[in-house]
Design a binder for this molecule. Structure first.
Ligand code: AMP
Ligand code: TRP
Length: 347
């Protein structure tokens, strides 16, 4: 009997490291919401990834619940899809170990995120930070996920996950064939990097990514910011002295203008062309006023709902517990088969 896969499955993860921002929302979470209609989805709060950089234990718990609340408040339905935290499904760590032995050191050495996060003092980075992309590959492949919505910054990690799946399929081709799998055991996951805001930039520097860890809170809009804070941050966002162009070509070489127009387009669920048809030749002060209004309309209800959900941590933990059980049910047979393929004896 030949086993083939035809079903699609979506997997993605967000780290519980605090300050969930507009980049996370537009680059990832809104995509997660949209994919629910057509696919079976797993959305994971990746606490194992978070501790590659030290996290205060109490804050880690708080932030894990907060990402869960953000998922639900943004419109992910935990009854129809799966929301869970990574550490509750031990298969992630087990498969990551196997992948540590499949991935090559040379592949990891090319990862730009490691270079950025480790900074100058690379000797002092945790070993976990170095093998982080192998764990990410394990997250996806533990569920035989086929599609992975992420922001632009994760593209290289997705390519590595595909390389790992391919090398595993080649290295173990004989036992994979013996187990009856046609066309490899692990699918090669497709990145889904779509929409006008796959890389939202800092409000203070159009060449720097909007980031949870930027020291200045003025560089990002947090999902929990109130309308006044959002308006203040947008008003103070860096721009250039020219009015907005009427066509996208005029955004070239103007990273701050391009960023704000991209944010507007994503929030309004349209594209840059349409935004510039409405705002071409407008001054930034006028455009920023509309953008602040739009951002508040979209984000404030989410922030309010997050705060409401956070008032009942027991309820959030129940969602994660239920999600972990359902995630286990998918992962366990895949992990068991992986162990057979690798040659581990199991009872
Ligand atoms: P992280 O906060 O690193 O766990 O990222 C969670 C998700 O948000 C990933 O899919 C990232 O690619 C995405 N993301 C993070 N920062 C940005 C950004 N500035 N613009 C767009 N997407 C982002
Ligand atoms: N590395 C991702 C980030 O920092 C988070 C992540 C972990 C992830 N595991 C994943 C994303 C699996 C997609 C699929 O943004």
């Amino acid at each position: 009997m030949q086993k083939t896969r035809t079903k699609t499955r979506v997997f993605s993860g967000v780290q519980p490291t605090g300050n969930l921002h507009l980049g996370n929302y537009l680059g990832a979470v809104t995509r997660f919401v949209a994919l629910q209609a057509e696919h079976d989805c797993l959305y994971c709060v990746v606490d194992l990834h978070a501790i590659t950089v030290f996290q205060d234990p109490d804050e880690l718990k708080y932030n894990t619940r907060e990402v869960t609340a953000a998922f639900i408040a943004s419109g992910i339905d935990p009854t129809r899809h799966i929301i869970f935290n990574q550490s509750q499904v031990s298969g992630h760590a087990e498969l990551a170990w196997i992948f540590n032995c499949v991935a090559r050191v040379g592949w990891l050495n090319r990862m730009t995120q490691f270079k950025e996060k480790a900074g100058k003092d690379r000797e002092n980075a945790s070993a976990g930070l170095y093998v982080y992309p192998n764990l990410m590959a394990a997250d996806i492949l533990l569920y035989h996920a086929t599609h992975v919505p992420v922001g632009e910054d994760q593209k290289q990690h997705l390519e590595l996950a595909r390389d790992i799946a391919q090398k595993f399929n080649n290295d173990f081709a004989r036992t994979i064939a013996r187990a009856g799998y046609d066309g490899g055991f692990f699918p090669l996951p497709e990145p889904l990097i779509t929409g006008p805001a796959t890389r939202v930039m800092s409000l203070r520097d159009g060449l720097k990514k909007m980031s949870k860890s930027d020291e200045s809170d003025m560089t990002r809009i947090n999902l929990t910011d109130d309308a006044d804070t959002i308006a203040k941050k947008i008003r103070k966002a860096k721009t250039d002295p020219e009015p907005l162009p009427s066509e996208t070509k005029g955004l070239e070489g103007r990273p701050e203008a391009d960023n704000l127009v991209g944010i507007y387009a994503a929030l309004a669920e349209t594209d840059r062309e349409a935004v510039l048809r409405d705002f071409g030749n407008a001054s930034f002060s006028k455009f920023k006023e509309s953008l602040a209004e739009l951002a508040a309309t979209r984000l404030v209800p989410i922030g309010t709902e997050m705060k409401r959900l956070m008032a009942d941590p027991v309820e959030i933990d129940c969602v994660l517990d239920d999600g972990a059980k359902r995630a286990h049910a998918i992962a366990d047979p895949i992990l068991a088969m992986t162990k057979d393929i690798v040659g581990f004896i199991r009872s």
